[in-house]
Design a protein around this ligand. Structure first.
Ligand code: MIC
Ligand code: SF4
Length: 644
């Protein structure tokens, strides 16, 4: 039987394990990327490993998230990243050069290679035929040191694309449709692989929009074949030598199959507060819009922004709407400047922001109270914009641009002259890597700069033999990492300061939690399905660790967050019978005895509810290696133990 493309790439990089869905495998990592908000922690951990130089083919450190300098903290952390990268053989993309995923696609993506990134949207690289996976910073640090990356062998879902998109309908609408069909947990434990006639009608950045938002499906990653369209893109980036044709076997067998007729799609939006809450623009109706934000690693490519410029040309942004545009890379911004498109945007009244994540991660542009904000981003989780009462809708760049002009949610297929959207891919991109700083030849020449914002990160102790603690918080389904460890302009500067951050841990769910947890000393969390969806930030495990969280019991976990919990030595447990969730109340005291024996060898064990006098069963879904990590009190302890 034939194999999916993702299967073949994983198999080529296999270090240990068997390619059986659900069983643990480890793979060799060719490339890594970090960004600044997860990077400081990743490099502190890399330094703690005592390795001189990275062992990957290439590792790149991006500075793109924390680009607001409202105090010394971000600037200090940037100096740390620049110097630590220089010392250890890592290329560093300076602030202003662009968003990690877009720049990586443009300048470093290689079909058939593996990429591990300390950001959940690393799968953007799947648009160029890579197996690109998001992970916690510690896993990326290990990969930089030459260690394998461990994951559960995924299932493979084939999304077959038929036909061609109509003008005004966009790659964003394709992934919104996939989200509508599969939901935010539909991709868990799966690689989403795109095939079919429709593939060749999509450019590499359009494919990358689709693989980028595979993160919102909870997928391990998403991948497109590498074909003539890929070759053209690489050629236009002066990198044709990196091209290699790749596709699934013609008779490839998949675990699941979804068919999407591109021609039948219409413009869509993900409504508040979840990326899978998708409806067509027609269904939602022409609601009044206060703010439009265009940009992010999902939708800030050359063609995206050229179409936006074409819609804005000669028009004025609605009087009651604010429009911001953040180009995804310096390359794209420069091309728009040279061909006049930037001028069309400025002329229409767009507020041009720097090439960075910006409003997507709440770095400015928080909407007004009760405002409706329409964004081309990938996440509209509750509170992420920085304004709790705001309603955020996720749309394509075309939808965003017409909406900004009209001031009401609008359908780009109804443009009076639709031919303006006919934008060709450039034959040649503006290539200038002058903002990518190369590493030093020798580590000895470089001194690492450490500002006062960098605080030691918490390290767990060995797993105790008994856990008895209060359920300090009982939560619903789909709790995101933006709930667990919120990120906004006020908190992002403290990504290297866990004690400070922990005072805001889970505050969007319950503001009293950090103080209550601190007082109790040790706590247990209970939640519904898909706990920890969203970001790869390990701060969502480190802050709970700092606050004394010993175990998290849920109906199910999101992949990266579960790995981060284990890496921190926090027990992630799943209810054997979901109904037991209902029997637990916040404030109940739970007790697990013989914890070490259970973790060592049992898949299922018992938790006593001391308050109710009842008991229930939980499952620990962990390989032998992960059990050892948990027993040691986390990956760093485990690694130290095994190196000595
Ligand atoms: C995000 O989009 O949520 C982020 C900010 O890029 C995160 C990383 C982080 O929290 O620093 C992600 O997606 O992993
Ligand atoms: Fe940056 Fe937003 Fe992309 Fe995260 S999703 S990497 S914050 S642009």
């Amino acid at each position: 039987m034939g194999k999916p493309l993702g299967y073949k790439i994983l198999e080529e990089h296999l270090v240990s394990g068997e390619m059986i869905a659900g069983s643990e495998i480890s793979i060799r990592i060719d490339y890594t990327l970090t960004q600044d908000s997860t990077g400081t922690m990743a490099y502190l951990q890399f330094e703690a490993m005592g390795i001189d130089r990275v062992k990957t083919k290439k590792s790149v450190a991006y500075i793109d998230h924390n680009t607001l300098q409202s105090g010394f903290e971000n600037a200090d952390d940037h100096n740390y990243i620049m110097s630590v990268a220089k010392k250890h053989g890592i290329y560093a993309s300076r602030p202003g050069n662009g968003i990690c995923h877009q720049v990586n696609l443009e300048r470093f993506g290689v079909p058939g290679a593996t990429l591990l990134g300390s950001d959940s949207h690393t799968p953007t690289g799947g648009g160029i035929g890579m197996i690109a996976i998001g992970a916690g910073g510690l896993d990326v640090a290990v990969a930089m040191g030459g260690g394998a990356y461990y994951l559960n062998c995924p299932k493979f879902v084939n999304v077959e694309l038929k036909g061609e998109l109509k003008a005004g309908v966009s790659a964003k609408d394709v992934i919104l449709e996939v989200l509508r069909v599969l939901s935010v947990k539909g991709g868990v434990g799966r690689i989403i692989e795109y095939t079919g006639e429709g593939v060749k009608t999509l450019s590499v950045p359009e494919r990358a929009t689709i693989t980028n938002m595979g993160a919102e499906l909870g997928a391990t990653t998403s991948v497109f074949p590498s074909d003539e369209v890929t070759r053209e893109f690489l050629k236009a980036q002066d990198r044709e030598a990196d091209f290699k044709p790749l596709a699934a076997d013609a008779d490839a067998e998949y675990d699941e199959h979804v068919v999407i007729d591109l021609g039948s799609l219409t413009p869509m939006a993900a409504m508040p507060h979840s990326p899978d809450n998708v409806k067509t623009i027609k269904e939602i109706g022409n609601i009044k819009v206060d703010q439009v934000c265009i940009g992010s690693c999902t939708n800030a490519s050359y063609r995206d922004l050229m179409r936006v410029a074409a819609i804005l040309k000669g028009k004025t942004v609605s009087a009651h709407t604010s429009l911001t545009i953040s180009p995804g890379s310096k390359q794209v911004m420069n091309m728009l400047a040279k061909n006049g498109a930037l001028s069309d945007m400025i002329d229409a009244g767009a507020r041009i922001l720097e090439c960075a994540c910006g409003p997507c991660i709440g770095m400015g542009q928080s909407p007004a109270t009760d405002a409706v904000s329409v964004r081309t981003f990938n996440r509209n989780f509750f509170g992420r914009s920085g304004t709790k009462s705001a309603s955020v809708y996720l749309v394509s760049p075309e939808t965003a641009a017409v909406t900004a002009i009209n001031g009401y949610l609008s359908d780009a297929t109804e443009l009076s002259d639709i031919s303006i959207l006919d934008v060709a891919m450039p034959e040649k991109f503006e290539v200038n890597d002058n903002m990518i700083a190369p590493p030093a030849d020798c580590a000895c020449d470089v001194e690492v700069v450490r500002g006062p914002n960098i605080k030691p990160f918490p390290i767990n102790s060995e797993m105790p033999d008994e856990i008895e603690a209060e359920v300090m918080l009982k939560m619903e389904d789909n709790i995101t990492t933006d709930h667990i460890m919120p990120s906004n302009a006020k908190l992002l500067p403290y990504r290297s300061n866990i004690p400070y951050l922990s005072d805001y841990c889970l505050a969007p769910v319950d503001e009293t939690f950090p103080a209550r947890a601190k007082q109790a000393g040790k706590t247990i969390l209970v939640a519904g399905h898909n706990y920890g969806q969203g970001s790869s930030r390990e701060h969502a495990a480190l802050a709970p660790l700092y606050l004394g969280v010993k175990a998290v019991i849920t109906k199910s976990f999101a992949r990266i967050h579960m790995a981060n919990l284990m890496n921190s030595g926090i027990l992630p447990l799943v209810f054997v019978n979901e109904a037991d969730y209902d029997s637990i109340a916040q404030g109940d005291v739970l007790k697990i005895t013989a914890v070490r024996d259970n973790v060592d060898g049992k898949d299922v064990f018992t938790v006593q509810n001391e308050t109710k006098g009842t008991s229930f069963e939980v499952r620990l879904e962990a390989s032998e290696r992960l059990r050892k990590i948990l027993l040691a009190g986390g990956l760093l302890n485990y690694t130290k133990k095994n190196v000595q």
